[in-house]
Design a protein around this ligand. Structure first.
Ligand code: GLV
Ligand code: MG
Length: 338
């Protein structure tokens, strides 16, 4: 058993055990807002209760000369708004920027008791998390905070992906990791200018049917993010933290957004970012198990009795492993209903 003091100490890289299970709080959508934008800020009280998580964004999409306004806006909003069950997160600037020190200093001292999670962008390796961990410990002590702030890393550099397992294990403060497809695409030199989603050029083609190579061919677009999401999910689950898909930039394309979110859900992610109210509803639907799936899962669990052995249900074989699959669905449905 680790003592509370250990909480503040970065763990050895590669610590073998899942370190902690994050207590369940719905986080199907992390809804971004610009705290320095008065129109957006005015909508925050109404959004509290509608989104599982509201995130005051200080990093990309906030112009350099508006960083301070965004930071101060977040302090004001956090003090004034009653967030109820909605979590309040922030995304601070990256560790190589001139703003992050002031972000952390101001936010932890002024509203550290109101913030649930601090999202750190462009994390390259565990050393970035260790740095934040130590700094937060100092600032929390200075502010007299009793609850440690949690940290969420964005996976959006090639080095970050190469080190994702160590990042996930880097501190007991780690709450989760999100895929950041835009920065990651740039870092990897991928040739897409889209924020998440697929690309019409990334496809598989079936064999020709007739004599000509043009005959009867079908093409299927593939998921550009499959490998990274799957690797991130494994790293997060092994560390006992939560995986998320990040942003989907084409707000009009609700169909492709839903597809991207659902792929992430099926691969194990618990939520995604939302950049527009439309995407809040998509995420809520996609990251909650479907009613028919829950009914089926409960039937399997019941039919399997003590959970061992094998039974046939509607022509489908069930055994010890399928019970576990069904328990995942039922546990999520119960947690969300609680
Ligand atoms: C998010 O920050 C991204 O770069 O996709
Ligand atoms: Mg980014």
């Amino acid at each position: 058993m680790r003592s509370p003091k250990d909480f503040f100490r970065p763990l050895a890289v590669g610590a073998p055990e899942p370190l902690r299970q994050i207590p369940f709080r719905p986080s199907r959508m992390i809804h971004f807002f610009d705290p320095g934008n008065e129109k957006m800020a005015a909508k925050v009280p109404d959004m509290a209760g509608k989104a599982d998580v509201l995130l005051g964004n200080l990093e990309d999409a906030i112009q350099a000369d508006r960083k301070e306004a965004a930071r101060n806006g977040l302090v004001r909003i956090a003090r004034e708004v009653d967030f109820g069950d909605t979590q309040l997160w922030t995304r601070v600037n990256s560790l190589d920027s001139p703003w992050v020190l002031d972000d952390l200093l101001t936010l932890v001292t002024a509203i550290g008791d109101k913030l649930d999670v601090i999202m750190v962008p462009k994390v390259e390796g565990p050393e970035d998390i260790h740095y934040v961990d130590r700094l937060l410990a100092q600032l929390e002590a200075r502010a007299g905070l009793t609850e440690p702030l949690l940290v969420h890393a964005i996976l959006e550099t090639a080095s970050g992906v190469a080190n994702v397992e160590e990042i996930a294990l880097a501190s007991p403060r780690m709450q989760g990791i999100s895929l950041g497809p835009a920065d990651l695409a740039a870092s990897r030199r991928m040739k897409t200018t889209r924020v998440g989603g697929g690309h019409p050029g990334y496809l598989v083609r079936t064999d020709p049917v007739g004599d000509s190579i043009e005959d009867g061919r079908t093409t299927y677009q593939q998921d550009l993010w499959h490998y990274t999401v799957a690797r991130m999910v494994d790293a997060c689950v092994a560390a006992g933290i939560l995986p998320y898909y990040g942003p989907f930039g084409d707000i009009r394309d609700v169909v492709a957004c839903e597809d991207q979110f659902r792929n992430a859900y099926l691969l194990g992610c618990v939520g995604a970012w939302s950049l527009h109210p439309k995407q809040i509803e998509i995420a809520r639907r996609v990251f909650s198990p479907e009613a028919s799936e829950v009914v089926w899962a409960r039937r399997v669990i019941e039919a399997m009795g003590d959970g061992t052995g094998a039974v046939m249900l509607d022509g489908k074989m069930q055994d010890d492993a399928t019970v576990k699959q069904c328990q995942v669905i039922v546990a999520l449905a119960d947690d969300l209903a609680a």
